[in-house]
Design a protein around this ligand. Structure first.
Ligand SMILES: Cc1ncc(COP(=O)(O)O)c(C=O)c1O
Length: 416
């Protein structure tokens, strides 16, 4: 007995329960339509609580899950009375137990479970760092083969809190290649027999996993927040938060107003910010990300640098911003560093670079009057607790099986 159908957002065509990334008729996103219309929390320690709206048959038993708490010190500093922090990472004192330290693990577990339930044996994905680490960990836990392509800048991010399993196959790219080159190589690899592409924003399991941050917040607060802050690279997290809020609205118990998406990129690489500010659905590379590779090298949070984000696509980030009357921010390195220091000293936990960008955008929003003092705000600290983790665990670096010089290399070189 299935739990959901997949529906094309453009033509409405429906598909059964399967690992499917595209509609046969067009290139629009698919969205899961769950038979459970009301969120019914399960007795699981992590994201398995949100089984109602996860596209898997078996409940996930992992302890990895988002947590939400009401900020005191950071909120006071900003003059806010209802600031909630959605934290994905390692902070055992608050029962945050994501040992790869980012919300990417929330994507990885449902994806690997759906893959298993659909009979898939090996997954292929590209990562700027955090996603690869999350999927490597999930591969270690499940024994499912994962082929992970990362640019040189991401290799050091692929570590695990335990000995890496043989099911992890790390493919690195030489300097000069960026995240988008990794995406292109992974796309070619995924066409090999037996390989299943992870799919990025097209992957429903990934989006639902990330959406649990919004679900956890709504359940903790008792309603949907008025505003949702997050740093975006591909924008999948923003889309996921929006989709989760659509379901919460339909549920009827969490309010009817969708949270306003307030999303941030970091300068100088801010293509979605530029397109949104210009009121465009399309990203025009010559205008919005001129000299993209050079810009990417100069950015502080490199995981926020996707040259082909799912912004324009039906059901993508542009639609999410339109539907929620959203706002985008462009954050400088200095603003991010300042926000990081402030957040860490006041909240008492270390945070990853993208989370610093998100925190900086909240500071800007307060300054610009884009939030009211008493508004209910959710700040998604999507990665943190790396220093805290190192106090409790020994970390093991995953070594690349092969290093390639371009996304066009002969696949024979990879010896897969
Ligand atoms: C901690 C953290 N926050 C935010 C993002 C941005 O996510 P997305 O690329 O889905 O927009 C990433 C991406 O890796 C991340 O690792």
């Amino acid at each position: 007995m299935g739990r959901f159908t997949l529906k094309c957002l453009k033509c409405g065509r429906e598909y059964g329960q399967e690992y499917r990334l595209t509609c046969d008729n067009d290139d629009s996103l698919l969205r899961a339509d769950y038979f459970e219309k009301k969120l019914e929390l399960r007795d699981q320690p992590g994201i398995g609580r949100f089984h109602s709206w996860l596209p898997v048959q078996e409940e996930l038993t992992t302890e990895a899950g988002p947590i939400t708490y009401k900020s005191e010190a950071f909120a006071k500093e900003l003059g806010l009375s209802n600031l909630y922090i959605g934290f994905s990472g390692y902070w055992p004192e608050r029962r945050a137990l994501i040992k790869t330290c980012s919300f990417k693990e929330l994507e990885a577990h449902p994806t690997m479970q759906l893959l298993k339930e659909s009979g898939g044996k090996a997954i292929v994905l590209a990562s700027a760092g955090n996603t690869g680490r999350a999927f490597a960990y999930s591969s270690s836990l499940t024994g499912t083969d994962a082929y992970i392509v990362v640019p040189d800048s991401g290799v050091s991010s692929i570590w695990l809190p335990e000995e890496p399993a043989n099911s992890i196959h790390l493919i690195s790219m030489t300097p000069g290649n960026d995240y988008t080159d990794a995406i292109n190589l992974a796309g070619r690899l995924a066409k090999l027999p037996g390989m299943v592409p992870e799919g990025g924003a097209r992957n429903v399991a990934r989006r639902e996993g990330m959406g649990t941050v919004m679900l956890d917040a709504a359940v903790t607060i008792g309603k949907m927040p008025d505003h949702y802050f997050q740093a975006v690279g591909s924008g999948t997290g923003g889309m996921s938060a929006w989709e989760a809020s659509l379901r919460l609205r339909d549920d009827g118990r969490f309010g009817s107003k969708l949270p306003k998406l307030q999303l941030a990129q970091n300068l100088p690489f801010v293509p979605m910010y530029n397109a949104w500010k210009a009121g465009r659905r399309e990203i025009i590379p010559d205008i919005d990300m001129k000299d993209a590779k050079k810009q990417i090298e100069e950015t502080y949070a490199t995981v926020l640098t996707n040259r082909a984000p799912p912004y324009s696509i039906t059901g993508g980030l542009y639609d999410a911003l339109v539907d929620t009357d959203g706002i985008m921010y462009a954050i400088t390195r200095e603003e991010a560093l300042e926000a990081k220091a402030l957040f860490e000293s006041l909240e008492g936990i270390d945070i990853l670079e993208p989370s610093a960008v998100a925190a900086a955008s909240l500071l800007k929003a307060v300054e610009a009057g884009n939030v009211e003092k008493d508004d209910v705000i959710l700040l998604n600290i999507a990665g943190g607790g790396f220093k805290r983790l190192k106090e409790d665990f020994t970390l093991f670096q995953v070594e690349p099986e092969v290093t390639v010089s371009s996304s066009e290399v002969s696949l024979d070189e990879l010896k897969i």
